[in-house]
Design a protein around this ligand. Structure first.
Ligand code: PMP
Length: 377
């Protein structure tokens, strides 16, 4: 069969080919039951098995401790911008939450949260700053955790640990007790890098992620919540989005996105076969190094992000001359390198190189970029 093109979309994004093939083979008849997964009751024994295995595999992959619930929800990342405050801002009397602003997605999160309580900025990368003797532009670095201003009365601090548009990744999650806020919990939007590397789940009270980047189809949202935080949702919180109610009902309070959970489950099994998140991290480090090293070696392409926080998943880069963008994208598509257009807010290109992107895809991209530089540089 014909090789598929390499797909660099930021999301919905490339999935492992083996998973797509298995899903295709099982489309009409899952394991001899005579039904497609899409046709099964979410209360039946077949789907119960699919859902329970997906949860168990995700727990194993991320070493999720028993005192954390793993929830399969709907609403996506932007839904969580409201769902997380509705569940957690009432944890403490002040109904306050502090947000670390590191790019578009965290800014969006903070704006939405204002509808639910007293929101403040703990730290922001909005201003250009000198770091290590180099001028870093707005949204190209991570504010130093030692300087985050966390109000001791805040219910939580929110962080986006991988800014998908800016390409800024930050996994050194701080201990909030050391910042003078021992009662405050960390909440993390990990949508665009969950499962790409080990993560210290215990550092956070809540980790959430839309599935459509590193996990599976759009429509599924994962939330990993410390159980002691459940049951404190604001009275206005819809029951279907109340983490406590969803946890009590094993993610089947309402009809969950069953097919998306099934595909996510196949991806979790694929990840386990690959050696889990530690093996993924090794592969992702190699893929990112290949691309960043080449970009840094040219004057033709440029990535503006502070090196220690460059994302391994989303690599934005600009061409020396914006007038070449359309030609770059056209030729890339001819070379079967798809969806490289950067987000409109930063321009240029973006290569998203999630778990399912093989290193051959990154090699093909670098070879193409070299050739394009040679003929247009
Ligand atoms: N957070 C992050 C980090 C994202 O990358 C995205 C989607 N690109 C979102 C939130 C929004 O997710 P959704 O479209 O699922 O609402």
């Amino acid at each position: 069969t014909m090789k598929r093109p390499h797909n660099f979309s930021a999301g919905p994004a490339v999935l492992p080919e083996a998973v797509l093939r298995q899903a295709a083979a099982e489309m009409l008849d899952w394991h001899g039951c005579g039904m497609s997964v899409m046709e099964m009751s979410h209360r039946g024994k077949q789907f119960e098995q699919i859902c329970d295995e997906a949860e168990a595999d995700l727990r194993e992959l991320l070493s999720v401790p028993d005192d954390y619930a793993v929830l399969f929800l709907q609403g996506g990342g932007l839904g969580e911008n409201a769902i997380a405050p509705m569940n957690l801002i009432g944890l403490r009397e002040a109904h306050a939450a502090d947000y670390v602003l590191s790019g578009s997605w965290s800014v969006k999160s903070s704006k939405e949260a204002k509808r639910y309580g007293d929101v403040a900025v703990a730290a922001s990368a909005e201003q250009a700053m000198d770091i290590d003797g180099k001028q870093q532009g707005a949204w190209t670095y991570m504010p130093d955790p030692a300087a985050w201003k966390v109000r001791p009365q805040a219910s939580y601090v929110h962080l986006c640990s991988n800014e998908t548009i800016g390409g800024v990744e930050f996994t050194d999650w701080p201990d909030l007790a050391a910042l003078g806020a021992p009662e405050t919990v960390l909440t993390v939007d990990a949508s665009s890098h969950i499962l790409s590397r080990p993560m210290d789940v215990r550092r956070a009270g809540l980790i959430y992620a839309g599935a459509q980047k590193n996990i599976g189809p759009a429509g599924l949202t994962i939330a990993i919540v410390r159980r002691s935080l459940l049951g404190k949702a604001l009275p206005i919180c819809p029951s279907a989005f109340d983490y406590g109610i969803v946890a009590e009902n094993d993610s089947r309070f309402n009809t969950p996105p069953t097919y998306a959970i099934y595909i996510a489950g196949l991806v979790f099994k694929w990840l386990k076969q690959q050696g889990g998140v530690a093996a993924m991290e090794t592969a992702n480090v190699a893929k990112a190094a290949l691309l960043y090293d080449y970009i840094d070696s040219t004057g033709f392409y440029r990535n503006p992000v502070h090196r220690p926080v460059r994302s391994r998943m989303n690599v934005p880069f600009i061409l020396r001359d914006d007038a070449l963008n359309a030609e770059f994208l056209k030729q890339a598509e001819q070379a079967r390198l798809l969806q490289l257009k950067g987000h409109k807010s930063v321009g240029g290109m973006r290569a998203s190189i999630y778990n399912a992107m093989p290193i051959e895809g990154v090699r093909a991209l670098v070879d193409f970029m070299k050739e394009f530089e040679r003929s247009h540089g």
